[in-house]
Design a protein around this ligand. Sequence first.
Ligand code: TXA
Ligand code: MG
Length: 352
Amino acid sequence: MNTIIIKSKDDVLSEEDLKEAADILKCGGLVAFPTETVYGLGADGLNPKASIKIYEAKGRPSDNPLIIHIASLSQMDVIARDIPDEAYKLARVFWPGPLTIILNKKEIVPTETTGGLDTVAIRLPASKIARDLIEASGGYIAAPSANTSGRPSPTSARHVIEDLSGKIDMIIDGGKSTLGLESTIIDLSSSIPTILRPGSITKSMLENVIGQVEYDGVVLQRDMGEDMVPKAPGMKYRHYAPEGSLAIYEGSTEKVTKAINDKAKELINAGKSVGIIATEETKHFYKYGIIKVIGSRSDEDSIAAGLYGVLRDFDDIHVEYIFSESFEGDDLGQAIMNRLLKAAGYNLILVE
Ligand code: TXA
Ligand code: MG
């Protein structure tokens, strides 16, 4: 398949490009588009045949449900039933934005889109291109992250091209994703609001609007040992995995940088290739291997935005071992560590 690639200017598409993309979606085709979190691979979420194409293009297990993206709040009522007040409250505060809400689904939503579940995940993204496209195509766009299943999510069109060129109809290049981590997912389909995936909308931000919110057990998981079944099916797969073996070192800066230097030296002497995920603040401390800066510790957002790109950069050069510092924190830090720990297969080394 020939994949059409179009570029947006200043976060808008020309009228012709928008129409071409919307027509592809209306006819059951696949279009990758930018959102403020990561790039999405879109298809008509109410058309079972179109949804199935997403699974094929990504190599995604068919029990892993898709998020339906909408362009206006009123669309939530069309696809969800038994909607609790909390959903409207959260939607009014955080939409458009990086929050996905899980509700009981209406019949109109095919189970091909929801991985066989009776619930549906809904998000109204902030990105203008995304909203224009959703609206122009009729409104209900199923879109997982636009990566091959198991690879880090794409935060630039280049990442999407690497994974999906030749497999989908169109890729819209809208530059770098501003947030870089997927949306927060909150489940409102059962009695206690539960965070299934942490993101930039944090637990305390949600609690300020609707009161007590819980984490699904797997969100805070720190090792493989605990045998937990996540409520978001996608959270059980080994996601975001780089090619090289990734280890995270946690402790004081002094001890972490020394431990990583020691290990990197040992491996390089043994003929192995090594990559190090450093920060602006610590990059000067490392002496061995290929050092990449993920962002600055004084700006947590920059770390979130840089994570997937750094993992992909190391894949591109096929390093065998990757070492990363740890990025603990109460809010966004939760989301960053959730992704990093999964990428590392929970290989966390404490050096204190
Ligand atoms: O930021 C985002 O959310 C991006 C952009 C493109 O919007 N999308 C995204 O989709 O991350 P995806 O498919 O990569 O991740 C969706 C997650 C999966 O872990 C899936 O299992 C979970 O949401 N999910 C979807 N529907 C669900 C449902 N009905 N119940 C529980 N989990 C659900
Ligand atoms: Mg994904």
